[in-house]
Design a binder for this molecule. Structure first.
Ligand code: ZN
Length: 164
């Protein structure tokens, strides 16, 4: 709390995110405001954090998995099955197969962000009707956090299609 108060005291600082790099095998995860808020009815959850392990059960941590977890803390949602409806999962795979919130199997340089992630993290003000497909419901959360998806559980994406 003392560290938080000190950081918040700097000019221009209005939020603090904690990134923990853990020298063990574990499962990367992030704890973002919206998830905690929905599941716990918390009214004042100020400290968002991400845990990045040296290695996950399925292999070493990668730059793309670190970026994925950090994007959660800026508001990005998981776009893969289990975290969203089957319809939304299908839509993401067909239209944005290289979206970093959908998969982290490909190298970081080959991944990008969809208009939904751009909107969620504040890069774009443009809202599209299909965003509603990804509306998050409590049953789409694994436990009470955003837990990393094993890359091997994702099918190979089809070639990119035209985007809007
Ligand atoms: Zn995630």
């Amino acid at each position: 709390m003392q560290c938080y108060d000190q950081l918040m005291g700097y000019d221009g600082v209005d939020n603090v995110l904690v990134l923990s790099l853990i020298n063990k095998v574990g499962r990367n995860s992030s704890f973002q405001f919206s998830v905690k808020h929905i599941l716990s009815g918390m009214e004042d959850y100020f400290l968002e954090s991400a845990y990045i392990f040296k290695e996950q059960e399925w292999g070493p941590v990668t730059p793309q998995s670190i970026a994925h977890e950090i994007l959660h803390l800026y508001g990005a949602w998981d776009l893969y099955g289990g975290q969203v409806s089957e319809e939304a999962d299908r839509f993401a795979k067909e239209n944005y197969p290289y979206e970093i919130m959908l998969q982290v199997r490909d190298p970081l340089k080959d991944l990008d962000i969809s208009p939904l992630t751009a909107w969620l993290i504040g890069l774009s003000p443009e809202v599209k009707d299909w965003f509603w497909l990804f509306k998050r419901l409590p049953q789409h959360f694994v436990g009470n956090e955003n837990v990393a998806v094993p890359p091997s559980s994702l099918p190979k994406p089809s070639p990119p299609s035209p985007r809007n």
